[in-house]
Ligand binder design. Sequence first.
Ligand code: ATP
Ligand code: MG
Length: 474
Amino acid sequence: MFRSLFSRLMAAYFIIILITLVIAGLFLSKALQKHIIRTTEEELLREAEELNRHYSLYDKGWVSHDYMKLISEGITRYDNTSIWVVRVVGDIGLLQFQYTPGASNSQEVAPFTKDEIINVLKGNEIRYIGKFGERFTVPMLTVGLPLKLDQRIKGAIFFHTPVQGINQILYGLYGDIWKAVLFSAVFSAILLYWNSRRISKPLSQMNEVSREIAKGNYNRRIQVKNNDETGQLALSFNAMAESLKNVESMRRTFVANVSHELRSPLTSVKGYIQGILDNTFDPEDQKKYLSIALEETERLNKLINELLDLSQIESGQVALNITSFEINEQIRRLLIAREGKINAKEMEIKIDFENERSLVNADVDRIRQVIINLLDNAIKFNKFGGRIVIKTWENRGKVYVKIQDEGPGIPSEEIAKIWDRFYQIDKSRSAGERGTGLGLSIVKRIIEEHGEKIWVNSTVGEGTIFIFSLQAHS
Ligand SMILES: Nc1ncnc2c1ncn2[C@@H]1O[C@H](COP(=O)(O)OP(=O)(O)OP(=O)(O)O)[C@@H](O)[C@H]1O
Ligand SMILES: [Mg+2]
């Protein structure tokens, strides 16, 4: 029945509120009942005292019997109160009068036992609910107090009023209380409905949107109206949907880029082989075309290796193999391997190692990959006869490596994009040597995986500086 969060919230809160309201209603009714009985008793006692005063005048003969009757009727008219005035005559005899509304005269009633009035004769007030020893047919609220004449107790005065009359007032009040309870319940149900909707709506929307996302529709978002936890969750959900959308579009561009990068060398290799098979080329040109085809296959090989590297690093499948090694030595070896290219462009290499030996803790193969990529870029993009400065230094537990060239530089609006996969500013700028645009994205992943940082600083027309940090071996 209560399967949805909405109905569960509604039901739980409503039951709690209803229980609270009913308990409050019951307590209030009980308290009211006590209060009303108490005030009625006080009222009756006050009237009884009043009657006592009149009776003492009557006792002295100053007022007539009719006057007494009038007074008593005045008291009893409204609330059906019966008045008993009981006088002690001699030791045991009791003279009793009863004034009841509508009765023509005071009359004698059945004698009391001593027990019933003994308390009053001792000077006490009594309050009591009952039929007063079956003398009444309905329950009565009875108060009694001593009849005092000239400061002496001469008997008792009893006032009896039907409980029914009090109940009538009470029922009216109970009606008001339960009307208020009903009104509160209805009002809280409306508030609850609104509040439960507010909590559950973003959740059901999230449910709907996540189903849409699972189907491949990344454009649906949740409308966030409140700033509480569900609102925040909805915001995070929207952010997640946004990043999923980005990942999806990155995946699409990635696939498009890869296919494009694979297709162009394959098309040219195919063209050359076809040409050779069809004898389209002169025999002396065949070797030239074959070596171009070989170059293309090498490029393909490099591209595929780089892609594999990147996916391996990104998936975190291969853990870093951290050892301590000497970074300057690695840089020297990599430079020697690139001597041919450096000499071909008549470049000057300036080495500036602050310490002769700089030990670092890192994965040596991965860091070699970083240096190779940065060095290759510096060589590839440097101007003819330009200078390449390589510097290492140590500061606060870090070893920094800087590779600086005098190439064309990178425009500031492009700086952020150079780390993206396949991003190349201008495919023609590297003069002959075609890259894939994967080098720097691999560099960045490797450095990040080491928990280190890489910075780039470039001035168009002057050159580019790459600096990265490594953990020094202490
Ligand atoms: N030292 C540099 N000077 C000027 N531009 C640079 C430099 N290094 C990188 N770039 C720019 O950033 C782009 C991305 O560099 P990245 O190393 O990722 O790719 P690539 O060198 O073109 O190809 P790959 O490294 O995969 O062979 C380059 O195409 C180039 O436009
Ligand atoms: Mg590169």
